[in-house]
Design a protein. Structure first.
Lengths: 525, 774
């Protein structure tokens, strides 16, 4: 049935003349009962981005398949100098390009069979910080907090990167993830950022993943329209940017010096705040602008035509800013062409405040709750006025933008290079690697992984994971929490596993989790 | 109409047969379970049903029930007007999601639940504003025919009373331990609307178990919200699947209730939604246009804050009137609180209604300002004073009549107020913290009505006071005017509607050079004032930032306004100077549509226009629409003839603008109130007439006028088929499997279901045939 569906979808794609998608999956068999699926970005040389290990139980029925591990192939191993610099408070620079791939099997980004384990390791680190490190001297508190913040941000950066790839990946075609699998994996990656996210059940995870995908599209469409309206009110020109992706996740604002000025400067003042831009109509530098400009064409109705348009009236435009449309509330300024340090300074300022209050002064959420209540109130008011106050969401937008830009081939090379330089300046985490190095190393990691798949190493992992899955089946969250605790205190040496895991048992368990009875079927007459 | 009458009689007979058949099956009365889905597009639903994606809907209705394939919103495809027809079976007297009383500035905000809930908790409001308006106009709701003890009504726009117990359970769920853990796990507790739906489902299940309850409805706005937020097919389908599951469970509850043989399960939606995958709906701001210099520099009233998500004031749930000051006003700078001169209802997405202050009130205001200037030249002062007297004289008879009639009406209203005061005084001051019983609600209703009547009396008396003052005003030709302008020109009031002449020659301020005299020493009106032709202005709008090739750069499709007509009704549909339609309805109810150009109205009301042949490019695009079905008759010939409503329906309902020709007559036609006798009836009719806008503007495809926030998904409000094509299906209690393809609309729906229930039918000739039998 699945093959038939895939064939039909493929036929429709071919019939409608759609161009080949930017991403493709490759499949490699792991033993006779699992497969390694790798997502590639197409280009002059295809880049492997992400791999997932799917346990198929040696049959062709997708109903009992399960994704077990996820590898982000661009995820660099941290070097010692990187780690040391990450512990230096107020150090906001990326100094290393990142490590090259080691000969070892890359570490999975996510273990889908035991999603609760990271909950305990995170909790332990937090407790350690509060109880042991925070009461110590200021240098220890400040450096330990700085390290922890950088580490968490670094992980979040890559979790979001993986989610971004998955959201663009083809689904429900031969050799690809099904949409249900994709939603579940994306949700697990997202839930990894939540305090108790690991305890969310598999069926709920799929729904959460589905809802997140819809929400992302709602946010994108809303920001797209907000940015367009702001451009219209302020006399600027809005151009959606897809950066080679299926949807325009970014927007560019251009300034046409010869266009009529907006006639209502007083009423559009709040719009500049929303855009985080200074009014270009009163900017004395723009008439003498020496930066990048583009000669673009417009149709008779004044509509900006694509960059490769051959006809239409030509005007010289100055780029003002690039926005991510994925930030939950407003379009997020990623690049300010008139002020290279604008976005970076804003990011650094917020980090500095956090480090001073929590790291240096040692303000605590428990004893100094009123400070945090006040800070939250300030953030709320500022966000009601259109400021992007959520640092984690900003980081996620940055994560998507840096790789999208790296993979893009749609922008003019000189513009792309200009943007790339500005985006590189946004890296404030010493743990971060350069995207160029990450993509270089991804190929090597992919090769290591395929070797492991071929020599049976991965199959060994799968078999262990199956035993753990059988052992966990039907256990309550409390029991799982206890297992997680024991796993933690034994430094990962103890993992609860069943003595054996037959395909029949796994098949029965997985089918019962998926549940054949849906609300619709139950309610049908 | 005659055709409809005959067909209607046949249909009524069929319904009687159905009723008899049901009565034979069960001695107890027929029970209606109505699943009301806001914003569900019929094509979206039916296509997914046919594809087998919605098993419950398919099995209940497609395989075992009756589906009305061509059911349309009557009038504009907007929630408040549409539900007002569906919930009453009467022609629309509510014609927008928000309406403004032009004399008093009172805002009828039909969509805002918060003031109602707060009012109900404070024992000051028993009904949603829409239900109040219908009550005062003597138009009963469908549920009124069943009585409160036989009704379960869920939360909705035309709601009576609040089910506090349901709300209490929803809040308990929202703040339960389970929700808290869910927040820690995945960062989000179940949204309120889901909890609300779950609790309402529980209530409906209980109501079905109660044999005394014969009318149950279940309203959901989730599809509408999702459709506005996104056009992503997967997201819309996920919402459809949820509704399908809910329909399945409701049907099962009917089967388990023990009264399945006498329960008719009905699904209805109030309008469709213009969702097209891959298209983002773009907004055009009419308030910004009206506030701009070219738009007249109006201070603009809206019912919500513009971009309210980015304002702290946007958090105010009680907001119903927002004044947007213009920095471009030509004569009212800084007076936005007293004299906002444009009131806009943009809460309709694909359509907006515009009220502008009466053109002659503008003239009077400007002239009084000029006359107050000490440095005004004596000859100019004299000419201005003479002209001001002429302006007042033009209205003398009309204003006197209005003042006299309104005073008479307020006197009758005073008698009602006295009676209600006595009744409310007799109510024991008992404390009822959660008004839940019908008796409690009736008490609150009386208190609320009394308050409303007293407020109205005070506000209209204030307006009459200004009219009388203007009628007795004699401008001084020699000395500066020293009185307060607000003694003569009412604040926060627009006065009477503008004529087409006014709107084509609308005065927005004095001319740059001030008042100018002509050769004979009289005021040169053309050179003394700034004018705007609003039809041309709206048509001339172009948007530069329009990145989607599928969208026109012209955001306004057309505007419509009613014209004076001795023979019946006349409506002008204006695309631009060359592309216009004139729609008329004769005394027999036959509708004609004529292409015209360069239509203009003289000050005396005479309308001039140049007829055109039928061709492509006219508003509504009927001539070139491949779906126009003239039954083989030449298109131009068919379109040039008058036709009955039913004939028009058959010809146009599949076109891009579906039933626009009929919808225009509903939206702009004469108002018909219910059974309110005598002077009070005239008063209620007047109040409804006072909320009618000057112009209604319709957005081009995939454009919208929402300024509050964003509706990047789909929108509705216009006459596009995708926005008007709605859902009507029914099953159970002997209803047979059938696909009804005869086009019908909201008026047919209500009369038909009331007929099935054996209740009084508001329009017997609108009852549709429901196949039934063993």
């Amino acid at each position: 049935m699945r093959v038939l569906l895939c064939f039909l979808l493929l036929s429709v794609c071919l019939a409608t003349g759609q161009t080949a998608p930017e991403y493709r999956w490759s499949r490699q068999q792991v033993g006779d009962s699992a497969e390694l699926l790798t997502l590639f970005h197409r280009g002059d040389r295809d880049v492997p981005l992400l791999s997932v290990l799917r346990d198929t139980l040696a049959d062709h029925d997708p109903a009992n398949d399960r994704i077990m591990y996820v590898w982000l192939l661009t995820y660099s191993k941290l070097t010692l100098p990187q780690r040391m610099l990450a512990a230096v408070p107020f150090f906001y620079w990326r100094v290393s390009k990142g490590s090259i791939a080691s000969a070892k099997e890359p570490k999975p980004l996510l273990n889908m069979v035991a999603p609760t384990y990271p909950v305990f390791s995170d909790a332990a680190r937090t407790i350690l910080q509060w109880t042991l490190l925070d009461p110590m001297t200021t240098p220890i508190r400040a450096s330990s907090r700085a390290y922890r913040t950088n580490e968490v941000d670094h992980e979040r950066l890559h979790l979001e990167e993986a989610i971004g790839y998955l959201r663009r990946a083809p689904v429900d075609v031969p050799g690809a993830l099904t949409s249900a699998e994709l939603h579940t994996v994306a949700a697990r990656l997202e839930l990894r950022k939540r305090m108790l996210g690991g305890f969310v059940s598999q069926t709920r995870a799929e729904k959460i993943g589905e809802q997140q995908a819809y929400e992302e599209e709602r946010v994108r469409a809303r920001n797209w329209e907000l940015l367009r309206q702001c451009a219209e009110k302020t006399g600027l020109i809005f151009e959606p940017l897809d950066l080679g992706q299926p949807t325009a996740d970014y927007g560019m604002l251009w300034f046409d010096p010869d266009a009529p000025r907006p006639t209502n400067p007083a009423t559009i003042a709040p719009v500049w705040k929303l855009l985080s831009l200074r009014n270009p109509w009163t900017d004395e530098r723009l008439p003498k602008w020496k930066g990048f400009t583009a000669d673009r064409r417009f149709d008779e109705a004044g509509r900006l035509l694509p960059a490769d348009a051959a006809e239409g009236q030509t005007r010289r435009l100055i780029p003002l800013g690039i926005y991510s449309l994925l930030y939950p509330k407003v379009p997020l300024l990623m690049v300010d062409f008139r002020d290279a340090r604008h976005v970076r300074n804003h990011e650094m300022a917020q980090r500095t405040i956090n480090e001073i209050t929590a790291g240096v002064i040692g303000i605590s959420h428990f004893t100094n709750w009123y400070y945090y209540a006040g800070a939250d109130l300030y953030d709320f008011v500022a966000s009601r006025h259109g400021r992007a106050m959520v640092q984690t969401s900003r980081l996620e937008c940055y994560s998507r933008f840096r790789v999208a830009l790296m993979l893009d081939s749609s922008l003019a090379p000189d513009l792309r290079s200009d943007i790339q330089k500005r985006v590189n300046a946004l890296a404030v985490n010493p743990l971060e690697a350069s995207p160029e190095r990450e993509f270089e190393a991804a190929q090597q990691r992919y090769e290591h992984l395929t070797e492991d798949a071929a020599d049976g190493f991965l199959l060994g992992r799968v078999q262990k994971a199956r035993r753990a899955e059988v052992a966990d089946f039907g256990r309550s969250n409390g029991a799982l929490a206890w297992d997680g605790f024991v796993h933690l205190v034994t430094f990962g040496k103890y993992t609860r596993r069943a003595p054996s895991a037959t395909f029949a048992t796994l098949d029965r368990n997985r089918r019962s989790i998926a549940g054949p009875i849906t609300e619709v079927a139950a309610g049908a007459p | 109409m005659r055709g409809i009458g005959r067909a209607g009689a046949h249909c009524a007979l069929t319904c009687l047969l159905l009723l008899a058949s049901m009565a034979a099956n069960a001695a107890e009365p027929v029970r209606l379970l109505v699943f009301e889905i806001d914003g569900l597009n019929a094509d979206l639903l039916y296509q997914n049903m046919d594809a087998g994606n919605l098993p419950s809907f398919e099995r209940i209705f497609r395989e075992n029930g009756t589906v009305f394939e061509n059911f349309y919103t009557r009038g504009i495809s907007l929630s408040a007007p549409s539900w007002s027809i569906l919930d009453t079976g009467h022609h629309a007297i509510i014609r927008g999601n928000v309406e403004y009383d032009r004399y008093t500035g009172h805002v009828y905000d039909y969509l805002n639940f918060f003031p109602f809930y707060l009012g109900n908790a404070r024992q000051r409001a028993a009904d949603m504003p829409g239900a109040e308006v219908l009550d005062r106009a003597g138009i009963p709701l469908v549920i009124d025919q069943f009585g409160p003890e036989h009704t379960y009504q869920s939360f909705q726009l035309f709601q009576r009373g609040v089910r506090w117990t349901t709300l209490e359970r929803v809040l308990k769920d929202r703040f339960s331990k389970k929700s808290f853990i869910s927040m820690l796990e995945d960062g989000g507790a179940p949204p309120l609307n889901q909890l609300w739906a779950r609790e309402t489902e529980v209530d409906v299940g209980r109501a079905l178990q109660n044999p005394a309850i014969t009318y149950i409805d279940f309203y959901t706005g989730d599809m509408d919200h999702e459709g506005h937020a996104t056009s992503q097919p997967e997201a819309l389908f996920a919402e459809l699947k949820r509704l399908d599951g809910l329909a399945g469970r409701l049907w099962k509850a009917v089967q388990d209730s023990g009264s399945a043989d006498r329960t008719v399960f009905i699904v209805v939606s109030d309008h469709g939604m213009n969702n097209v995958a891959g298209i983002i709906s773009q907004a055009f701001s009419i308030p910004d246009l009206l506030a701009s210099a070219e738009g007249g520099g109006h201070h603009v009233i809206t019912n919500r804050h513009e971009l309210s998500d980015f304002k702290l004031k946007g958090l105010d749930p009680m907001v119903h009137r927002v004044i947007n000051a213009s920095a471009n006003s030509y004569y009212l700078a800084g007076q936005e609180s007293e004299y906002p001169t444009a009131w806009v209802d943009v809460d309709g997405n694909e359509r907006a209604s515009i009220h502008l202050r009466n053109n002659d009130l503008n003239q009077i205001h400007i002239l009084l300002q000029q006359l107050a200037r000490k440095e005004l030249a004596p000859n100019v002062r004299r000419a201005a004073a003479i002209y001001l007297s002429e302006v007042i004289d033009r209205h003398r008879s009309g204003w006197a009549t209005i003042a006299d009639q309104l005073e008479e009406e307020l006197k009758a209203e005073g008698a009602v107020i006295d009676r209600e005061k006595q009744e409310t005084a007799a109510i024991p001051k008992k404390h009822f913290s959660k008004p839940s019983s019908g008796e409690d609600q009736q008490r609150i209703r009386l208190v609320q009505e009394l308050e409303d009547r007293e407020r109205e009396r005070n506000e209209y008396e204030a307006y009459i006071g200004r009219l009388r003052a203007l009628l007795t005003f004699e401008p001084d030709r020699l000395r500066p005017f020293t009185r307060k302008i607000s003694d003569l020109v009412p604040e926060l009031s627009l006065g009477d509607n503008n004529s087409v002449y006014d709107l084509q020659n609308y005065i927005v301020g004095p001319a740059a050079g001030g008042l100018v005299l002509d050769g004979s020493g009289r005021l040169d009106v053309q050179r003394s004032f700034r004018f705007v032709d609003y039809f041309r202005l709206l048509a001339a709008q172009r948007v530069r930032n329009n990145p989607q090739p599928a969208l026109s750069s012209k955001p306004v499709d057309f505007s419509i306004t009613a014209l004076p007509s001795e023979s019946g009704q006349a409506y002008w549909i204006y695309d631009d100077a060359d592309n216009q339609l004139l729609e008329t309805v004769d005394s027999q109810g036959r509708i004609s549509v004529h292409p015209v150009c360069e239509l203009r109205e003289d000050r005396d009301g005479t309308v001039h226009s140049t007829p055109q042949p039928w061709r492509a490019g006219l508003p509504l695009h009927l001539f070139e629409d491949p779906a126009l079905d003239t039954a083989g008759v030449d298109r131009a010939e068919w379109l040039s003839q008058p036709h009955t409503e039913r004939e028009w329906y058959a010809a146009v309902h599949r076109t891009a603008y579906s039933n626009a020709v009929i919808g225009i007559t509903e939206q702009f036609g004469p108002l018909r109130i219910g059974n309110v006798p005598g002077v009070l009836g005239r008063y209620e009719l007047r109040k409804r007439q006072l909320v009618q806008p000057d112009i209604q503007v319709f957005a081009a495809d995939h454009w919208n006028f929402n300024v509050r926030n964003f509706n990047p998904g789909g929108n509705h409000g216009a006459f596009f088929r995708i926005s008007t094509h709605s859902v009507w299906m029914l099953a159970g209690a002997g209803v047979k499997k059938a696909d009804v393809t005869v086009p019908c609309d909201s008026l047919n729906f209500t009369s038909t279901i009331l007929s099935i229930a054996g209740k009084q039918v508001p329009m017997p000739d609108r009852v549709m045939t429901i196949p039934s039998g063993p």
